[in-house]
Design a protein around this ligand. Sequence first.
Ligand SMILES: *[C@@H]1O[C@H](CO)[C@@H](O)[C@H](O)[C@H]1NC(C)=O
Ligand SMILES: *[C@@H]1O[C@H](CO)[C@@H](O)[C@H](O)[C@H]1NC(C)=O
Ligand SMILES: *[C@@H]1O[C@H](CO)[C@@H](O)[C@H](O)[C@H]1NC(C)=O
Length: 235
Amino acid sequence: MYLTPVYLLSLGLCFATRHHGYGYGHSPLTWSASNGAVLPAAPLTASNFSILAPPATDLWHPDDLPGSDNFTAPYITTSVQVGKFKSLKATVNVPWRTQFDQGGLLVIMPLSAAESAAGVKTRWVKGGIEYFGEAPALGVVGTDRFSDWSLAPMPAPPQSQTAATFEAVKNDTTLFIYVVVDGQQQALREVRWAFVGVDEEAELEVGVYAAKPTYDEGSDAGIEVTFSDLVVETC
Ligand SMILES: *[C@@H]1O[C@H](CO)[C@@H](O)[C@H](O)[C@H]1NC(C)=O
Ligand SMILES: *[C@@H]1O[C@H](CO)[C@@H](O)[C@H](O)[C@H]1NC(C)=O
Ligand SMILES: *[C@@H]1O[C@H](CO)[C@@H](O)[C@H](O)[C@H]1NC(C)=O
């Protein structure tokens, strides 16, 4: 018996498709830029591109006080059906200078209509390089009700480097965030709640962001975060 791909999908099998800029199925991924990010002319996954983050930008939701749900960082994402998303990977280069300068992967979960109506805040996960306490680090934030933040040391010397490769991988209702060193995944975070109760047919936003929460002393300069080898894997 001949099984069409559609039929195999309905059996729950998943055939990976890697998108290096072209092809979600047979059509290109469509990217959108938000919060002042600018879409590059060339396909995102075919060449390096950058996002310029001005100062006083962030993705951070520490509490319920008015105005503390901060989603001002520029970002570039594409929509992928939740049930079809496998992974997102990119190398990030953050020319950090000042406390909290950062950039990396961004995954924004869809809310159900009932959650939106009830005023539930968007859930999201970011993972990248963040400058903290006079050193760059591997930073991950998972935001469900509030933002949980973790830092890990840069994986290999020199500790002052500006680049690292990150991967976000969906496994059922969990999202893993890895740093990739010499082709090996090293776990940074297991986000168990990421897709719990999320409609498999809903659209997930996946991509990259840059943020500069703190001003450089006496300057309005932003940071230009560069991304390369962006890959979105779907099935
Ligand atoms: C977002 O956070 C940054 C850094 O803390 C801050 O400077 C900025 O005013 C905040 N923006 C909003 C709209 O809350
Ligand atoms: C992925 O999830 C399944 C259960 O849904 C579990 O059995 C498996 O160990 C998980 N894989 C990893 C790498 O955690
Ligand atoms: C693209 O970025 C990678 C990783 O940071 C870097 O090694 C490479 O030199 C860059 N390529 C170009 C053409 O700038």
